[in-house]
Design a protein around this ligand. Structure first.
Ligand code: HEC
Ligand code: HEC
Ligand code: HEC
Ligand code: HEC
Ligand code: HEC
Ligand code: HEC
Ligand code: HEC
Ligand code: HEC
Length: 413
């Protein structure tokens, strides 16, 4: 009731005060952009009097003032949906804009893929932007993509039902380094949910969606225990694993040769790339375990989750060996270490812009094949865990060893 009153009050301030503007917007836009108006008419917003001007303001109300329109940010949605905005802001999606733009590789991308929001920022636009980001977007690009909240319930239908489908995540959680859609839709979990969706199976048959596991109870604060990179602190007790993870963190540039944190570690912790404490990790693991326990015994589920952890450990060992192989070529002067690399390690965050074939192979081994190994294990997809993941990593390592050997032979001649 109180919420309804607040909304009414807001509507009065933003909308009813200019009833003419409301009708003007809709009448003119029914001709100019009919698809937008008909989607809006299907939305709950149209039924609740949330008209165009509530989100877009009244600065523009005709052909002469289009540049005065307001492009809404999540703060605008937050005037009525404070809870979702607060949850979203604490979660990992909120960091997406900062994290892609913090990558060294961001500087090598064509502008259309950053400020034009096609490549990296076609997906990472889900993140929150600062005032400075918005200014830059307007200066370099067209200045759209500020909303974040239209990523899963798209404009202008803003449908909860759409956001609850696994396809709502598909556009971004796909492809080379995070094929969650492919892994999930091919797993028994996904197959069940999709057969339910197309009406083959009973509408209430158990088959988890992405949201059941990652947005349980509609919580907009998404985050996982291991995260994208599959690294965390503190170091594990297992001495071999600790050594391997140290090597990987050195190749990510967050630990220096003496295993001390670098400046990049600050950036990494600012955008929450890894869980920095046992507690932070355990909170997420417990949440996940509870989500599984709706359909499985806890014993079954926790055992399955532990297999994902095991595959990270196994992958880290092969990965660390491959990194050390490339590092030894720098050390022996067989390939030049790029001037912008501060430490005697390959820099995995240079992505595909690494200078030689052996270094790009190493990047691929980390970002594509190591990811697929553990992500495939966690998402119950045997084909991704083995053939697209582990098997490829083993091949990468063989190839990297052979390439390194060739450099050494050539140097002897
Ligand atoms: C007399 C016609 C007319 C009226 C009235 C009108 N608009 Fe527009 N609006 C336009 C046209 C034309 C464009 C530009 C469309 C294009 O680029 O193809 C536009 C563009 C927009 C855009 C997109 C701006 C952008 O940068 O892409 C928004 C949002 C918008 N209008 C909202 C509103 C709202 C809200 C109102 C009422 C307060 C309103 N319009 C009233 C004609 C109108
Ligand atoms: C002026 C208040 C107001 C603003 C601003 C607003 N909404 Fe809403 N929104 C509502 C109301 C009212 C409902 C309907 C609630 C209901 O019927 O349960 C609603 C419903 C929704 C729903 C659920 C739809 C469904 O299918 O159940 C979504 C999703 C949503 N809004 C997203 C957004 C987003 C995203 C923004 C910002 C771009 C936004 N809203 C801005 C008032 C607002
Ligand atoms: C518009 C693109 C986009 C959509 C749609 C999207 N995501 Fe994401 N998601 C991202 C990006 C980008 C990140 C990485 C955030 C960062 O860079 O910090 C991410 C991160 C995540 C994470 C955190 C992983 C970690 O590091 O712990 C989870 C979980 C997640 N998304 C689940 C979902 C689910 C579930 C859906 C659908 C309901 C969804 N996402 C829809 C782009 C998207
Ligand atoms: C197809 C959509 C898409 C594109 C294109 C894309 N990303 Fe991402 N990115 C994501 C998603 C989704 C995640 C989260 C994946 C996960 O947690 O498994 C992510 C994660 C990341 C992360 C890790 C963030 C974290 O905190 O864990 C960084 C950094 C990143 N991307 C940078 C980039 C850069 C730089 C580019 C362009 C060279 C790029 N991404 C292109 C969707 C995309
Ligand atoms: C609940 C808030 C909300 C309401 C109500 C709303 N819009 Fe939007 N609109 C958005 C968001 C969010 C975007 C995307 C902004 C961005 O680029 O991040 C947008 C973008 C637009 C655009 C430019 C992008 C495009 O796809 O062309 C136009 C035009 C537009 N809206 C017109 C309208 C009209 C006309 C109405 C009324 C029928 C309306 N909007 C009602 C939230 C809203
Ligand atoms: C990663 C996908 C995703 C993003 C991004 C997202 N939502 Fe949602 N939203 C969902 C899902 C899934 C639901 C349905 C939750 C449920 O089942 O109760 C939902 C539901 C809602 C509802 C309806 C709540 C209800 O119980 O009726 C509102 C309002 C809403 N979201 C607002 C927002 C706002 C505001 C933002 C931006 C801060 C946002 N959402 C961003 C996925 C998303
Ligand atoms: C049955 C539950 C379940 C379903 C369904 C599910 N996930 Fe996951 N997801 C997990 C688990 C478990 C992890 C690993 C958590 C950890 O780090 O301990 C995970 C991890 C992730 C991550 C972090 C990187 C990774 O892959 O390890 C992202 C992003 C993600 N899932 C997105 C999605 C998306 C998008 C979908 C739907 C296409 C989806 N998930 C479906 C359980 C699920
Ligand atoms: C909404 C219900 C639901 C949730 C939540 C769920 N599962 Fe499942 N899971 C199923 C169903 C149904 C199957 C298919 C059983 C079969 O193949 O006979 C399945 C199959 C599996 C399988 C394949 C092995 C087998 O028994 O055939 C594994 C492993 C698994 N789930 C682990 C998990 C884990 C781990 C989680 C949490 C991250 C989880 N599940 C969450 C319903 C669920």
């Amino acid at each position: 009731m109180r919420k309804a009153m607040t909304i009414l009050a807001l509507l009065f301030v933003a909308g009813l005060g200019s009833a003419r503007a409301q009708n003007d917007c809709i009448d003119c836009h029914r001709l100019k952009t009919p698809g937008i108006v008909s989607d809006w008419e299907l939305s709950k917003h149209s039924k609740s009097g949330v008209t165009c001007n509530v989100c877009h303001g009244t600065g523009h109300n005709g052909l002469q003032d289009i540049d005065k329109v307001r492009i809404p940010t999540p703060a605008v949605c937050g005037e009525c949906h404070a809870q979702q905005v607060a949850q979203f802001t604490k979660g990992k999606h909120a960091d997406a804009w900062a994290s892609s733009n913090a990558m060294p590789t961001a500087h090598f991308q064509p502008m259309a893929l950053m400020s034009g929001m096609k490549g990296c920022n076609g997906c990472h636009k889900i993140g929150l932007k600062t005032e400075a980001d918005i200014k830059q977007l307007k200066a370099e690009g067209q200045g759209y993509g500020l909303a974040s909240c239209d990523a899963c319930h798209t404009r202008h239908a803003f449908s909860k039902k759409e956001a609850q489908q696994p396809q709502a995540c598909q556009t971004c959680h796909t492809g080379s380094d995070h094929p969650q859609w492919e892994m999930y839709s091919g797993s028994k979990h996904g197959v069940r949910a999709l057969l339910r969706q197309n009406g083959t199976l009973h509408e209430s048959i158990a088959g988890p969606t992405c949201q059941d596991c990652h947005m349980s109870k509609g919580n907009h604060e998404v985050r996982t225990a291991w995260g994208f990179f599959g690294v965390r602190l503190p170091m594990p007790e297992d001495a071999q694993w600790a050594a391997d993870r140290t090597t990987i963190l050195q190749a990510l540039g967050v630990l220096d040769p003496d295993a001390q944190p670098t400046e990049r570690m600050e950036v990494v912790s600012e955008v929450n790339i890894m869980r920095m404490t046992n507690d932070a990790w355990q909170i997420e693991r417990d949440k996940m375990s509870r989500a599984c326990a709706k359909c499985h015994s806890s014993k079954f589920a926790d055992g399955e989750l532990a297999k994902g952890d095991d595959m990270i450990r196994e992958s880290d060992h092969v990965m660390a060996n491959a990194i050390l192989e490339v590092a030894s070529l720098y050390k022996d002067g067989l390939i030049p270490r790029p001037g912008n690399y501060r430490y005697p390690f390959p820099d995995l965050l240079t992505f595909h812009n690494a200078p030689t074939a052996i270094e790009t192979r190493l990047y691929k081994m980390f970002f594509k094949h190591r990811m697929r190994t553990f992500m495939g294990t966690f998402h119950m997809n045997p084909d991704y865990a083995l053939w697209n993941g582990w098997s490829e990593m083993v091949e990468d390592y063989t190839a990297i060893k052979s390439m390194a050997e060739e450099y050494r032979l050539r140097a002897k001649k």
